[in-house]
Ligand binder design. Structure first.
Ligand SMILES: Cc1ncc(COP(=O)(O)O)c(C=O)c1O
Length: 387
């Protein structure tokens, strides 16, 4: 069965009680047991819920978790990442890539440290440099590809190999690539995380997160931590995530196509000094992206205005279809300034060190027509240049 068929049919079978083609939303918090101590698959809503289980079954199939692993659905992407971090012990070290979501940076630097977990960042696009970041106590490697917001490409297979040879497991935030374009478990990655708020949900109307794992022991440990800490995805969000997933492939391929057209056009403009999009031949990670991303290069990009901070600020406030908001992955296009919005949680020195300039603008390209989006950006550019 092809990806898009599985996205519609696996884990989403008709309701056996009524024949409804869409499984119902199970809201119950608890389940009657046949007798004291007789446990059925569902007994308490935190430990398991049929609607959540349906979504997890779909995700496990699409991500390629195999017969021993599985997927876990969480209240948010951060709850999913936190579950991985909470599985570590005091004294363990996390080696993370330097192009990561601001909230992940905050979780690692402001929360994980409270439990005695050590953290350092290194450039995961430079394997030799990245390897220098390993310590004897490195237990977890965490990278993102494409990275946020510079759209750097990390070679998942190479970093997985490096992690394993240094005694660590490797997790990745694959939110930008989605399983449509990249399936990291097939490349040797141990834990795949997605903010389901983004492409899995796809309509900017719910919050969620997922972990996908193929190793039995690791899956069982993370399921244990999830149940113990409680950051589960609710039934309504599970339903919305399943509904969004049915069109995941169609949306991502179409949005990637529009993004490629927009990136080429932006790249041709003299007022724009740099376009970060892995589909462009000029992108330093283009060759790896061609191998690692199938069917397109995603719908996220960033660029820098030659005219600097004030012009960039004016630009993001002058669009009509690109709405000024954080988040991404919905059918509606969004625009933002990472330095003051999605990456405000970084301290300023680290932002500068990792190339997140004040003049950078990030786009999440939605499902609107290329021509309308192009006109929108063209108008914003002329407004910005009046500054
Ligand atoms: C790449 C990436 N990872 C993780 C997250 C966190 O997800 P959530 O907001 O669902 O907690 C986000 C949110 O913007 C993100 O962009």
């Amino acid at each position: 069965m092809k990806f898009r068929t599985r996205a519609i049919h696996i884990g989403q079978e008709k309701d056996p009680a009524t024949g409804a083609v869409v499984p119902p939303i199970h809201m119950a918090s608890t389940y009657v047991q046949p007798g004291a101590g007789d446990w059925l698959p569902f007994h308490y809503g935190r430990s398991g819920n049929p609607t959540r289980h349906g979504f997890e079954t779909t995700v496990a199939n699409l991500e390629g978790c195999g017969p021993d692993g599985g997927a876990l659905a969480f209240a948010t992407g951060m709850a999913a990442t936190h579950c991985v971090v909470a599985s570590l012990k005091s004294g363990d070290h996390v080696l993370a890539g330097s192009d990561i979501y601001g909230g992940t940076y905050r979780l690692l630097h402001q929360i994980a440290n409270r439990a005695g977990v050590k953290v350092s960042l290194a450039d995961s696009t430079d394997l030799a440099k990245f390897e220098e970041g390993f310590r004897p106590n490195t237990k977890l490697v965490w990278v993102e590809s494409p990275g946020n917001p510079r759209m750097t490409i990390t070679d998942y297979a190479a970093v997985a190999e490096l992690s394993h040879s240094n005694g660590a497991i490797m997790g990745c935030d694959n939110t930008f690539a989605t399983p449509v374009l990249t399936r990291p478990l097939e490349l040797g990655v141990d834990i795949v995380m997605h903010s389901a708020t983004k492409y899995y949900g796809g309509h900017s109307d719910m919050m969620g997160g997922v972990l996908a794992i193929s190793n039995k022991e690791l899956y069982e440990d993370l399921a244990y931590v999830q149940n113990a800490t409680g950051g589960i995805m609710g039934p309504l969000e599970s339903f919305l995530s399943s509904r969004g997933t049915k069109t995941l492939e169609l949306r991502v391929l179409e949005q990637s196509k529009t993004s490629m057209q927009l990136a080429r056009w932006l790249d041709s403009l003299p007022e724009i000094s740099k376009v970060n999009y892995p589909g462009l031949e000029s992108h330093p990670g283009h060759e790896i992206a061609k191998r690692q991303m199938q069917g397109g290069f995603g719908a996220m990009m960033s660029f820098e205005l030659e005219a600097g901070f004030e012009a960039a600020k004016k630009f993001v406030g002058s669009t009509r279809f690109f709405q000024l908001a954080v988040s991404l992955g919905g059918v509606e296009s969004l625009i933002e300034q990472p330095a003051s919005m999605s990456h405000a949680a970084y301290d300023a020195a680290d932002r500068a060190k990792h190339g997140i300039t004040d003049g950078m603008i990030r786009l999440s390209v939605g499902l609107e027509a290329f021509e309308d989006l192009q006109k929108d950006l063209s108008h914003a550019l002329s407004e910005a240049l009046k500054v």
